[in-house]
Design a protein around this ligand. Structure first.
Ligand SMILES: [Zn+2]
Length: 349
């Protein structure tokens, strides 16, 4: 009999709502996740000591994650192995989830992602992005077994960082355009389902009215980040969510560490790559979306000089050898990139 359908990887539970975090104790008691109840909880630096008591997590042991580095992730992985835990929940923003995902994979146990910020599409992806001594690295890991997004916590987080993932979702439009370019120029195989999920996620956020205080907008953003991560699991790599704009991000992280967050850099990178592609309609939509939600759009908004941004764009293709994007297609010399950066900044000023 011919194959009738393909199986898709997915978390057992996806729970996006105000107050979702209160259900964590019950979720961790689910025998599909932990049979003897021996679970660990990893929290980010932004979470207070009260979280375990507040959530009534019983005997769960709490680990603090100091930073989003490979060293922190490896240390947590060792602690999870040493303690013979059955499962681990990571509660926090993007970095905390990335660290916990990597550590869980290292220990060979399931991970529950509890997002209190919507900073990037790693909430549900099979990829963990961690800082190391020479920049950032992306590691293939197991996808979370369950995903919770507490909209109350996202809303009460300070500043626009908690919703900077808007930039990472709209980056799917740039990533998909680069994938299609690679298919046209090099014959790279495209996964139509992964593209459908990634593009729909980006379009939903691009066109969703309301601001980052409204449940309606936050729900669409959270669900889109989850779908964007799942698109990567379907594709088997980061292609549907990472193109030239992420190459620029990796270059900025490497050359100018500490500049912007993942979501902020993805947003600016997307706008710049869309400008390079000459897709004026899409650039206008992306620009309006980033501006509406208070996210940076230009090198100046990121606190970067045009010269530094130009250097990062020049260096970007080296961060991801073998990935073909608009940057590799154009292969512009530095002087020409500098001109484009000037025009880009003018167009978005
Ligand atoms: Zn990303």
């Amino acid at each position: 009999m011919p194959l009738l359908a393909r199986m898709l990887p997915s978390p057992l539970v996806i729970d996006v709502r105000p107050g979702a975090i209160a259900g964590l104790g019950g979720l961790l008691a689910d025998h599909r996740i932990a049979t003897a109840g021996r679970v660990a909880v990893a929290v980010g630096p932004g979470q207070g000591d009260s979280i375990a008591a507040e959530l009534n997590l019983g005997a769960a042991e709490i680990f603090r994650i100091p930073e989003g580095t490979h060293d922190a992730a490896a240390a947590l992985g060792q602690q999870l192995r040493a303690g013979s835990y059955e499962a681990v929940a990571g509660i926090g923003g993007g970095q905390t989830i990335d660290v916990t995902k990597f550590a869980a994979h290292m220990a060979g146990i399931p991970m529950v992602a509890v997002a209190t910020a919507l900073s990037h599409d790693g909430i549900c992806s099979p990829i963990s992005t961690l800082r190391h001594e020479s920049g950032t690295g992306s590691h293939g890991v197991a996808m979370p077994v369950a995903v919770m997004v507490d909209l109350d916590r996202v809303r009460s987080a300070p500043g626009s960082l908690a919703t900077a993932g808007i930039g990472d979702v709209v980056a799917d439009l740039s990533a998909v355009a680069d994938w299609e370019l690679a298919a046209a120029d090099l014959g790279e195989r495209i996964d139509g389902l992964a593209v459908a999920m990634a593009r729909s996620a980006a379009q939903a956020v691009l066109h969703q009215p309301g601001d980052t205080r409204s449940d309606e907008f936050l729900t669409v953003l959270a669900e889109s980040l989850i779908l964007s991560g799942m698109a990567m699991a379907v594709a088997g790599d980061s292609r549907p969510g990472s193109g030239g704009e992420h190459e620029i991000m990796h270059a900025i992280n490497q050359l100018y560490p500490g500049t912007g967050s993942h979501g902020e850099l993805a947003g600016v990178g997307t706008l710049f790559c869309t400008f390079l592609r000459g897709n004026a309609d899409q650039a206008e939509l992306v620009s309006a979306c980033l501006a509406r939600h208070g996210l940076p759009r230009t090198p100046g908004d990121l606190g970067m000089s045009h010269a530094d941004f130009t250097k990062a764009v020049c260096y970007a293709p080296q961060t991801r050898p073998g990935r073909y994007t608009i940057l590799e297609r154009l292969a512009l010399p530095e002087a020409e990139i500098a001109d484009r950066v000037e025009d880009f900044a003018k167009a978005n000023s």
